[in-house]
Design a protein around this ligand. Structure first.
Ligand SMILES: [Zn+2]
Length: 169
């Protein structure tokens, strides 16, 4: 290897800090040592941050209307941030999350049952495909488009029949 020490096989040359350092002090395939790399990265990040701030300040001055609009839609960004934080929390606290979910499950069980009952009633009244399919399944009949139509018509006829009988009474 090019930058290896002439007599010490475990020492390598860092051209940034101009010293020989042990193999462990280098990342794989990097010319500079870890320390020089991290210092350079921090400087680069800071420079980028400063530059971004500069550009932002200029842009803000030049686009007052856009800034106003951005502030109005800022909540979207906050929402994103909140979601990110929530996901992080969920990952770090699996037991608490499980417990909260279980508690919520119990808390809203009655509401859920009621709404599923109401939904079932709605499907039954308007004879939706889902409802008719369910009936066909229950009676072991083939679920095909033709059968759905037939079954729906049969139920409608039955309902009319019942109504007429009720009127006769
Ligand atoms: Zn170095």
């Amino acid at each position: 290897m090019k930058r290896q020490h002439p007599t010490e096989p475990n020492l390598f040359w860092c051209p940034k800090c101009q010293t020989y350092k042990a193999r462990e002090e280098f990342n794989l395939n990097q010319l500079w040592c870890k320390l020089c790399q991290s210092v350079a990265y921090k400087q680069w990040a800071q420079r980028n941050k400063d530059r971004k701030k500069e550009y932002q300040a200029i842009w803000t001055k030049q686009h007052p209307d856009n800034v106003k609009k951005h502030n109005q839609t800022g909540y979207k960004k906050h929402k994103k941030e909140r979601n990110f934080k929530a996901a992080k929390y969920n990952k770090e606290h699996p037991t608490q999350v499980k417990e909260t979910m279980r508690r919520n499950y119990e808390k809203y069980r009655d509401d859920r049952l009621l709404s599923s009952k109401i939904n079932h009633q709605k499907r039954k009244e308007s004879l939706t495909d889902v409802y008719v399919k369910m009936l066909l399944n229950e009676q072991g009949l083939a679920v095909s488009l033709a059968n759905i139509e037939l079954k729906r018509t049969a139920i409608q006829i039955k309902r009319i029949e019942r109504e007429m009988i009720n009127e006769l009474r």
